[in-house]
Design a binder for this molecule. Structure first.
Ligand SMILES: Cc1ncc(COP(=O)(O)O)c(C=O)c1O
Length: 432
């Protein structure tokens, strides 16, 4: 009998949380570290939202509450979904969750049996691939092409749909690429789903970055397309749009009230409920018009940084960076840098079992961190299945403009420092 259940080996992770140990090691050595790794706004939640949370605690609203979510918040979400997606949703179809992350596991546990196929974007939020593997489903990554701005077309999806497809995961605006699916993309995607998938197939649409769009774009949801509402689990939340990551507040709209009862049951089994004072603050975020002003200010600042950083990255020899349309990430292609620094060669020269534990982009990522004090995320942190030969980094621009400037200056020096890379490999011995 072994200590751990077999299923634990299949559980993935989110490296953005794990990188903290490496960053701490660098800080302990006296380095200062520019943090491009963080997946959260560098803004605090707005005062009018905070105030409601504090008042609610002081008024004693600090007990267990409805595991589906308090009705005033579910009503506010219903109105929000009507205003932004044109859908008429009964609050009985809404479940409030601690962040937008839990609905990913709830969905895979609810709909997917071992051997079923799940299509998900890659690069994409790593928790998709983690849970697909954990439930014993067959992972079917939908590889997003840089040339298409990391969106994809109906034909790309159609190629992957089979009789075993059970869940199709979409994410727009996307983490990690900042790609956005246009209204036309979504129309085509919906047409493929209507034609090729039975009514028991579920679409999971992760719209947690819905408010963070650039160049005046507005948000579109696949759930608004004809015939999609009854097949779609629509998920969003407060973490990114309202800079409320630590509050832990998200929600899911299910196709039916019966399916919502299953999500409620997961809440009961795992967390009981989301704190009621958090939910009241979340309701305030939707209902108080001041929120829009605060969000507009934050998004304008992200856009200013994007407009500065993309050309600056493109100015680095061997790097190529698309202009993201939303979220707060840039996702430069670093193949040329990996080539010229000898990273690819060094990776190929590793013994097979060591090579399998890393990748050229992870090696360059660690070189940037340990030798130049720049923390980024590597390509494989966003789904590794089928990602061989793809060399990218994710940089979060949720950090000050001064940090962006200093970080990119260091990256430019690092990208030309082949001797430094060789010394780094020798010195750190990170991969044994
Ligand atoms: C695409 C995507 N979905 C879901 C989440 C989880 O959000 P939350 O912090 O609300 O659980 C994240 C967080 O990084 C994300 O990037």
């Amino acid at each position: 009998m072994s200590l751990l259940a077999d299923r634990i080996a299949a559980l993935g992770t989110e490296n953005a949380f794990k990188l903290g140990e490496d960053i701490q090691r660098c800080l302990d050595r006296g380095m200062d570290v520019i943090k491009f790794n963080l997946g959260e706004p560098d803004f605090d939640s707005a005062p009018h939202i905070n105030r409601v949370g504090m008042e609610q605690i002081e008024a004693g609203n600090s007990h267990y509450c409805d595991p589906s979510g308090i009705l005033p918040l579910r009503n506010a979400i219903s109105r929000w979904v009507a205003d932004t997606r044109g859908l008429d949703v009964d609050p009985a179809r809404i479940v409030v969750t601690p962040g937008a992350k839990p609905p990913i596991s709830f969905t895979l546990l609810t709909y997917v049996d071992p051997g079923d196929e799940v299509i998900y974007p890659s690069p994409g939020f790593p928790i998709y691939e983690s849970w697909v593997s954990f439930v014993g489903a067959k992972p079917v990554p939908l590889h997003l092409e840089e040339e298409r701005g990391f969106a994809f077309g109906p034909e790309d999806l159609e190629r992957l749909v089979t009789d075993r497809t059970k869940v199709i995961i979409l994410c727009s605006p996307s983490n990690p690429t900042g790609g956005v699916l246009s209204k036309e993309d979504l129309e085509g995607i919906a047409a493929v789903i209507r034609e090729r998938c039975g009514p028991e197939v579920r679409v999971y649409t992760d719209e947690v970055y819905e408010k963070i769009l650039f160049d005046g774009e507005s948000h579109h949801s696949v759930a608004s397309e004809e015939g999609m509402e009854e097949r779609t689990v629509l998920v969003s939340g407060h973490s990114k749009s309202y800079a409320m990551t630590g509050w832990r507040l998200g929600w899911a709209v299910l196709p039916t009230a019966d399916e919502a009862k299953i999500f409620k049951q997961f809440n009961i089994n795992i967390v009981s409920c989301v704190p009621p004072f958090v939910q009241e603050a979340g309701r305030e975020a939707y209902e108080n018009p001041e929120t829009q002003t605060v969000v507009d200010g934050m998004v304008a600042e992200f856009q200013r940084r994007r407009d500065w950083i993309v050309p600056a990255l493109n100015d680095i020899d061997g790097m190529r960076c698309q202009m993201p349309k939303g979220a707060f990430y840039v996702f430069p292609n670093i193949a040329g840098v990996c080539e010229s620094l000898g990273v690819i060669e060094a990776h190929e020269a590793m013994p097979a079992e060591v090579r399998a534990r890393t990748s050229p982009s992870a090696m360059f990522q660690m070189f940037l961190l340990y030798s130049y004090g720049v923390a980024t995320m590597d390509r494989n942190s966003f789904g590794s299945i089928g990602a061989e030969g793809q060399h990218y980094l994710r940089l979060s621009i949720a950090t000050s403009m001064e940090s962006c400037e200093e970080g990119v200056a260091r990256m430019k020096t690092a990208a030309a420092d082949a001797d430094g890379f060789a010394r780094f490999l020798e010195r750190e011995q990170l991969w044994g």
